[in-house]
Design a protein around this ligand. Structure first.
Ligand SMILES: Nc1ncnc2c1ncn2[C@@H]1O[C@H](COP(=O)(O)OP(=O)(O)OP(=O)(O)O)[C@@H](O)[C@H]1O
Length: 313
């Protein structure tokens, strides 16, 4: 990837839900940049906070701390009306479950053009219909499908409608939240190929959310691994696979995954002095262990990682 122009910046993001005793910190101090034109993967198990980050970027979830910038300008907090309209159009999301995310009572035409109508992004009725028609064609569906209802379609077709709904807005940045996990295995590759072709044709930047590393391996340029609301490792996707550093990443990649990273961590550090790895005394920070390769670790762990691999010499 040559282009290093930052499109989206997440800076020290915190998201908490609830109040008082019920307060729950879903995202803790998460930072990453997404470059224009890349596909950035966000991977972690269910409940780790992936969707919460996506929804914070979409401004559905409130940002409790830190900030999110698009093209260098804040999109969280108080923003101008014009900027609000622009990002509502430029940032789109494709949802996980096409069976649940489409309004059953609305025709495809309405579903696809709802965003256009809300942002008044069309000249007249003919223009609106033309945009819907083109969006359907772009995702490989027939224009006449516009007058049908969601229940008349298969899961794969419904996800294509979900993609058309995002595409019709002419976005620059698309969050794909597990876009294929609810689909039949037989059609997953088609939808992935479609997303990849659309990216090239429309100059899109993707945030691709997945719980399965094997999916991000083939379509993302860089990957961040998230565990319990914290990013534990971030690097070029190829590096995440060839040289995983954090115990949790290693557990995700290993053939027999250890679902509990602390157990995996314990296994790794047994060989060394476990007292060194006291997180109370030596809190971890997000360290660039080699160029573009970040890992959440404390000083002792970094020393250990350096010994174990050839990195950073
Ligand atoms: N609106 C909310 N109110 C309270 N807690 C929430 C809310 N949304 C998410 N959470 C909690 O925040 C945590 C992160 O959830 P999130 O949906 O972001 O995880 P995820 O990694 O996307 O998981 P999945 O793959 O299952 O979608 C979970 O513990 C979840 O229960």
């Amino acid at each position: 990837m040559i282009n290093r122009e930052v499109l989206l910046e997440v800076k020290n993001l915190n998201v908490t839900f609830g109040k008082g005793k019920n307060r729950y910190q879903a995202i803790s101090d998460v930072s990453f940049n997404i470059y224009k034109g890349e596909t950035f993967g966000l991977v972690g198990e269910s409940g780790s906070g992936k969707t919460t980050i996506g929804r914070a970027i979409m401004r559905i979830n409130e940002v409790t701390g830190g900030e999110i910038l698009f093209k260098g300008k804040p999109i969280s907090g108080k923003i101008s009306k014009d900027w609000d309209r622009e990002i509502t159009q430029k940032i789109q999301m494709i949802f996980q479950d096409p069976m649940a995310s489409l309004n059953e009572r609305a025709k495809v035409d309405y579903i696809i053009s709802e965003g256009l109508v809300n942002t008044k992004k069309y000249k007249n009725e003919a223009d609106r219909l033309e945009k819907v028609r083109n969006a359907l064609l772009e995702v490989g569906l027939l224009p006449e499908f516009a007058s049908r209802f969601p229940h008349e379609f298969s899961g794969g077709q419904r996800q294509r409608i979900g993609i058309a709904r995002a595409l019709v807005m002419e976005p620059e940045f698309v969050i794909a939240d597990e876009p294929i996990s609810a689909l039949d295995v037989s059609i997953r590759a088609q939808v992935l190929n479609l997303l990849s072709n659309l990216q090239k044709q429309n100059d899109l930047t993707y945030l691709f959310i997945a719980h399965d590393l094997s999916i991000v391996r083939f379509i993302t340029d860089r990957t961040a691994v998230i565990y319990k609301g914290e990013i534990v490792e971030l690097a070029d996707t190829e590096k995440i696979f060839s040289n995983p550093i954090h115990p949790y990443t290693r557990a995700l990649i290993s053939a027999v995954p250890e679902p509990n990273p602390y157990k995996e961590r314990a296994k790794t550090i047994e060989i060394y002095d476990p007292k060194l790895h006291d997180y109370m005394k030596n809190p971890p920070s997000f360290v660039e262990i080699e160029e573009g390769h970040f890992v959440l670790a404390n000083e002792e762990e970094i020393a250990l990682y350096r010994k174990r691999t050839t990195i950073g010499v």
